[in-house]
Design a protein around this ligand. Structure first.
Ligand SMILES: C[S@@+](CC[C@H](N)C(=O)[O-])C[C@H]1O[C@@H](n2cnc3c(N)ncnc32)[C@H](O)[C@@H]1O
Length: 300
């Protein structure tokens, strides 16, 4: 079993055995198996649907506008000969509308290194960049950038571009820990450019997240588990999605609730879950700006 599937299994086991929670964010962007007709483990396409078709999903639109407004200014911080490392470039439209405008503003850089778990997104970013900026070498890497931050150390003068609010999957402590590791890995001359959503408005959060498109996206993890992990007698259809905003911790919880009792075996371990049992799959924390600045300072 590959390192990725070992991690996937380990995270899913610890979630269903209630040793950990909010740890499945990295497994949202599944690629469908072409041999399965209409494979519902298709997170990569469901995410594209959210950002391109859900008018209330403000994150993508707002950040696209923001990056286009400030790209030339941020580009002036990027030293010549940098290696531009992007954590999670995402869909082709995100690459075209957010990454590319920024890269085009940088006068000179050595290479672009997209790091993502989703192979489709990596291939798309490579294909678009080789057309748009043919002189830049592209080195896509398929790995988990949260678990393997040190990969940044392989590149001289790293500029880590980490937008799309992906950092918001991490709780405060995990954020401090992760940013602390990046801060060490980019020393002495590297830069981190990070995009964080600070929205605290429950009504706008609810419109963005509490809908059928997001539900389909989150629930696709269950089909991914059923398709690729050693699990038997599991019914991925028997769950509902629940959005929950916890203002005190600035957390949008993405929960999954069993709608019937079931017995399944996960990696040899029997598990009984009752109807109504809730699992906190992942989170989108919405840290206010000052709060996030403090996190960054604590992380060094
Ligand atoms: C919220 S999307 C953001 C996409 C893009 N940055 C944007 O601005 O639209 C998160 C991206 O990061 C990738 N991703 C999420 N967690 C990851 C992890 N732990 N390791 C590697 N890739 C990850 C996903 O596949 C996806 O491309």
């Amino acid at each position: 079993m590959s390192y990725f599937y070992q991690s996937f299994l380990c995270d899913v086991k610890s979630l269903f055995l209630r040793q950990q929670e909010e740890n499945l964010g990295a497994y949202l962007y599944s690629t469908p198996n072409p041999d399965i007709k209409d494979d519902p483990a298709n997170g990569e396409a469901y995410y594209l649907e959210i950002i391109s078709q859900n008018l209330d999903y403000y994150l993508y639109k707002e950040e696209t506008q923001l990056i286009n407004d400030v790209a030339s200014k941020i580009a002036t911080y990027v030293p010549a000969e940098s290696n531009l490392i992007e954590f999670g470039p995402g869909t082709d439209i995100a690459f075209k509308n957010k990454t590319l405008p920024f890269l085009k503003e940088i006068k000179q850089f050595n290479s672009y290194i997209p790091i993502d778990l989703c192979e489709t997104y990596l291939e798309q970013s490579e294909e678009i960049l080789s057309r748009e900026l043919p002189n830049i070498s592209v080195q896509p890497i398929k790995t988990d950038f949260i678990k393997n931050v040190d990969i940044v150390k392989n590149f001289s003068l790293p500029v880590v571009f980490f937008k799309g609010s992906t950092i918001n999957n991490l709780s405060t402590n995990d954020c401090i820990n992760f940013l602390g590791k990046i801060s060490q890995a980019i020393k002495p001359n590297g830069i981190l450019i990070i995009g964080v959503d600070a929205n605290q408005n429950e009504s706008s959060l609810r419109k963005a997240y509490d809908n059928s498109k997001v539900a389909k996206f989150i629930l696709s993890i269950l089909y991914y588990i059923n398709r690729d992990l050693p699990i038997s007698d599991f019914d991925p259809t028997a769950f509902n999605y629940e959005f929950n905003w916890v203002a005190e911790t600035h957390c949008v919880e993405h929960n999954v609730i069993a709608i019937k009792e079931q017995n399944f075996i996960l990696d040899g371990i029997p598990r009984n879950i009752k109807s109504g049992e809730k699992f906190h799959f992942l989170s989108s924390y919405k840290y206010p700006m000052d709060y996030f600045k403090n996190i960054a300072i604590k992380a060094g």
